[in-house]
Structure formats: C-alpha cells, structure tokens
Design a protein around this ligand. Sequence first.
Ligand code: NAD
Length: 433
Amino acid sequence: MSDLTNPFLIVQGQLHRAVKNLGLSEDVYEMFKEPFRITRVSVPVHMDDGTIQTFIGFRAQHTDVTGPTKGGIRFHQDVSEDEVKGLSMWMTFKTAVMGLPYGGAKGGVICDPGKLSERELEELSRGYIRYLAPVMGPEIDIPAPDVNTNPKIMGWMLDEFDKVRGHHTPGFITGKPLVLGGSLGRDAATGRGVLFVVLRAMDRLGIDPKHATAAVQGFGNVGSHTARLLHEAGVTIVAVSDVRGSAYNPSGLDIPELLKYVEEHQTTKGFPGSSEISNDELFALDVDVVVPAALENQIDGKRAEKVRARIIAEAANGPTTPEGDQLLRERGIFVIPDILCNAGGVTVSYFEWVQNTMGYYWPEEEVNEKLLRMMNDAFDTIYAMRNEHKVTMREAAYLVAVHRVAEAANARGWLRVNFHHEVPQALLRGAGD
Ligand code: NAD
C-alpha cells in the first residue's frame, strides 16, 4: 500500500479539505484527524492439525462525539492498522451523512478465511471479541459484518460477548441472524441503499432505468444484492466479477440464474452464456452505471481515464484513489460517494439496534420504507449542497458530514466554533434541490 492508496491518509485529506471549504478552524481537523482509540489484539487459535496459530486483529474507534462508535469487522489477508483506521473515519462521516446517532469504528483480522475450517473460524471470531469486550457494547461500540464476515460469524460473536458479560445483549452487534434479534432487511440493506441512490441519480440525470445498463465489480453481500435489485428495477446488468473470475454478456445477464450458479460454484466464473472480462475491461464498459462493490483503490488514474459510464456508484468503501477521483471530476462523471452510496447497511444496522433496544420487531416493508426515506433525504441534502457550493457529490457529502461532526463537538463544549454565519443553506433546508 503506497501513500497514495493508504485509506487513512486519503480520509485525512478529505477531512482537511472539508474543514477548509467550510471555513472552520484547523482545530476541527486537529481534533478528528485520528481515531481516539486503537486496540490491537493477538488471538491464538488451536488449528485442526494440532498446532497453534496466532492471528493479529485491530479495532479502531474514531470518535464517539455523536454516539457510540459503529462499524463492521473485516477478515482479510491485507488488513492493516492504517486500513482499519481509515475505514473507521469513513464510518464517522457515513453515519454523520445519514444523521445516525453514532460515531465511526472498524475492525479487522489479518487472515485468509478461505484457508480456515469452520471450527478454526469460530475460535478466531470468539477470541477476537473476548479480547475486545472491555471496549465494546451497545452503548460503547457496536460491530457488524464487512468483507468475509456474515450473520453466522455475528452469531458467534454475540454469544461470546454475552458469555463475557453474563447476560443477553442483542444490541451489541448488528447483522446477526434473525433468530438472535437480527432485523428483517439487513442482509440486503447495503445493496438496497445502493439501488435507491442510483435510481435517484438516474432521475436527476434523466436516465430511464428500464433502458439503462450496469456493471458490478464484486459479487459478495453488497455486489450480489445490488445486481439483483438493479435487475429487478429493470436495469440490464451486462457484467459482474469476483476475486476468482467474471461473467460478461453484452445483451444482459440472467441475474436470478446467476445467483443460483454462484450458490453452487462460489464464483461467477464460467456462468453459461457469459464470457470472461478483466477488471480493467469491466471499468471501461460502455454502460450507464458502474458499481465497484469489492475493495479499496479499484478506480485509479488509469482506469478513471477509461470510464465510459455516466454514474459511478461507490458500493465499496474507498474504491476510488484520489488520482482517479480527480480524473472522474474533470471528466464530469457523476460519482455517488461511498459514505452516501453504501450507507444503507449501517442505516438498517441502526434500525436493528433500535429494535433490540425496544424488544419489538418491524416487518420488512417497514424497514425498507424507512430506509428509502433516509437514503433519499441524505441524497437530496448532498445534491443540494453540491449545487449550492458547485462541488462534486463527494465534496458535498464531506461538507455535510464534517459540519455535523463539528456541530456535535461544539455542542459538547469540545470546540469553540461559531457556526451562526456558516450553516450551509442545504443543511438548513434539509432536503430538495
Ligand atoms: P464480501 O466479502 O461479501 O464480498 C466481497 C466481494 O468482492 C467478493 O465477491 C469477492 O470475490 C470480491 N472481490 C474481492 N477482490 C476482488 C477483485 N480484485 N476483483 C473483483 N472482485 C473482487 O464483502 P461485502 O460485505 O460485500 O463488502 C464489499 C465492500 O462493501 C467492501 O468495501 C465493504 O467495506 C463495503 N461495505 C459492506 C457493507 C456490508 O453491509 N456488508 C456495508 C457498507 C460497505
């Protein structure tokens, strides 16, 4: 990872620019440029072959100025402390964009889960939580799934936390199985949120979804639900890819059949009627929307130059490098920034936590309807900010987020910033053009 692709340095730059553009004091940057707590754990696991292997994990908690910290846990061989720190800060700005009562956090364990047996994975998941339990809880820090983690792992983690605390705490973690207090609609929530903001962007740009085409990189939780929901909305999905391969059909992929195929083969590669396409080719396709839904730094300068889509919907966190972002801006491509685009996940996680607190559970339609309202409101506020300040959607999202974070710090007496003459009109109006 170079300085140019280091998520921690990238988000620091984004924060700094927003502080300057809002005319706020440098103190705001100084206060929020680092996570307030980073915990490093080493988790010994009894491997199936009788040996012991120790795995390194992190949890970065960026700020609790707006509420308990919140963010997913990632299992991946490329996890690093800087990646987790950067992702925790993006979570702060994401929850601020959505107006959720949370700060940001992120966790990660350096491991290749594909090489672990189910028993080894469970021991690792439980150990990670056992060592972090003192700094976690429904009112302190609330984890959730991210890359290579899922409801089953959340179930083990909840059970471990309950054992440590000695009582039930369903609100400790979100994205858990329904039977343990999960929320209907959580599994598809990130993809559904992507759908809602893509439809909103298409409306603003005069694109008819029924005549639109899209390509999706990554076919895990976020990518597969996004592809399915866009397909159901009438969008033709011409290409999808995952870490093992891809499926391309210029006349459109049969997404329900592809989902069945992936269930059986664990990859999109070899899907009947499709051909293979490289990631470089996928990002250069002549489609209306490209959805990066895999990992960071996928759209660099080289790929950004070749993008032909009108909309980039950042379903992944940090999929565009600063150089790529600059080129997309110059080329007038409409980027729906990650901190808005994939916020459906944390929003329904918030609904899950609220339901756990009440002990009363909502039907799926209610969850989806509330999500639609919140995604549309957030989109409209950012779109209005973009128009008011003549900036990109990403810059506008940071203006909204950083303003809210600074306002909360002010209200707590952490800062002394006078906002009275600085509140952007878009925030006063709340929504609309
Ligand atoms: P996942 O593990 O379910 O899926 C990741 C997918 O990306 C897999 O299909 C994998 O094969 C693919 N992939 C990895 N490297 C690739 C490559 N080089 N080329 C093509 N495909 C590749 O993870 P997820 O939960 O879907 O998360 C994906 C992204 O969305 C991450 O950036 C994550 O932080 C972000 N995100 C996830 C959630 C959530 O609720 N799960 C919420 C917000 C943001």
